[in-house]
Design a protein around this ligand. Structure first.
Ligand SMILES: Nc1ncnc2c1ncn2[C@@H]1O[C@H](COP(=O)(O)OP(=O)(O)OP(=O)(O)O)[C@@H](O)[C@H]1O
Length: 307
């Protein structure tokens, strides 16, 4: 099956800033992909290029096989930007109809159901709470039965309950025919919703893996400890069979050992007589994988030592 999203070596600059630096990504129908990255990583730029709102400087961008700058291609697209300005005077029912009338097909009734909008249909948009407006804005992305839905930080500003309700609604509106890309600063949100995680930083993709593999994959646990700089060669020799990264301070070096069996690593270190300190075991989580990827990307001096 041809991917519904295809980005190949896409570049986008704003003056001296390289917002996208050779990004490649393919997403197929039915996938729900979480796009994570710190502020300024390039997530919104990537979505705007896919929406046909920004031209890429280089590379190719295809939405259901077409150039997204062509209006016809955008009939297969539903999107909720980070900030939405909905018309205050329309009633919710009128707004849903207005937007769905732009598409050849619509899923109005299913979307009203999935996003629990029945009680809001007669209300004027301007009188809705922030959370209710957000629910309506995200629902609008699904209303034209699109093949691709792009959600830019869909739950930012919602309380915990509102966020959980919106996750449930997105899950219920997601079908095998729809691909969803969702950006978020809530790592838990991506962990709960996405089957696949793409981590970006400084315009590049650092990781693209199934969510489950990140949290249960091989060597996904880490043992951290610190030793004096003079001890570094001994530690390297002791742990030569393990994948490690090191971060050097002036007098000390902090090791992070990737392993499936943290107990045996702790035993090895403690039985070696090394003068180590601040030892800890880090359980696998998307958050730790995210932080490690960003840390590694931003600290070229941090040295890799592989098995
Ligand atoms: N229209 C623009 N003009 C100039 N620079 C821009 C423009 N849009 C984005 N940038 C810059 O491009 C880089 C990527 O921005 P982008 O908004 O894509 O990041 P992001 O990952 O979505 O960040 P955030 O999580 O803060 O929303 C940033 O350095 C940003 O300042």
């Amino acid at each position: 099956m041809t991917p519904v999203i295809q980005l190949a070596a896409v570049g986008k600059r704003f003056g001296t800033i390289s917002a996208l630096d050779g990004v490649s990504l393919e997403v197929r129908a039915g996938e729900l992909v979480g796009l994570l990255g710190p502020n300024g990583a390039g997530k919104t730029t990537l979505l705007r290029v896919l929406e046909g709102l920004l031209p890429a400087d280089s590379g190719t961008v295809r939405l259901c096989g077409e150039d997204p700058r062509r209006p016809h291609a955008r009939l297969s697209l539903g999107a909720t930007p980070q900030e939405t300005a909905l018309p205050d005077t329309l009633r919710v029912r009128e707004l849903l109809r207005f937007v769905s009338d732009h598409y050849p097909h619509n899923r109005r009734e299913e979307v009203i159901d999935s996003f629990a909008l029945a009680g809001l249909l007669k209300r004027q948009v301007g009188a809705l709470s922030g959370g209710q407006k957000r629910r309506v804005a995200v629902a609008l992305a699904f209303i034209g039965a699109p093949r691709v839905v792009l959600l830019d930080e869909p739950t930012t500003g919602l309380d915990v309950e509102g966020r959980h309700a919106l996750w449930q609604a997105i899950r219920s509106a997601h079908t095998d025919h729809t691909a969803i890309v969702i950006t978020s600063h809530y790592i838990e949100e991506v962990e709960v919703l996405a089957q696949r995680v793409v981590i970006m930083d400084r315009g590049r993709t650092l990781m693209d893996r199934p969510t489950r593999e990140i949290v249960t994959g091989r060597n996904s646990q880490h043992v951290h400890f610190t030793v004096g700089r003079a001890e570094e060669p001994r530690v390297r020799s002791l742990l030569r069979a393990h994948a490690c990264t090191t971060t050097r301070g002036e007098a000390a070096t902090r090791f992070a050992v990737s392993t499936d069996d943290p107990d045996s690593v702790v035993r090895l270190i403690s039985e070696s007589g090394l003068a180590f300190r601040e030892i800890s075991i880090e359980k696998p989580s998307l958050e730790s994988a995210f932080l490690a990827a960003i840390r590694q990307n931003r600290a070229p001096s941090a040295e890799g030592m592989s098995s």
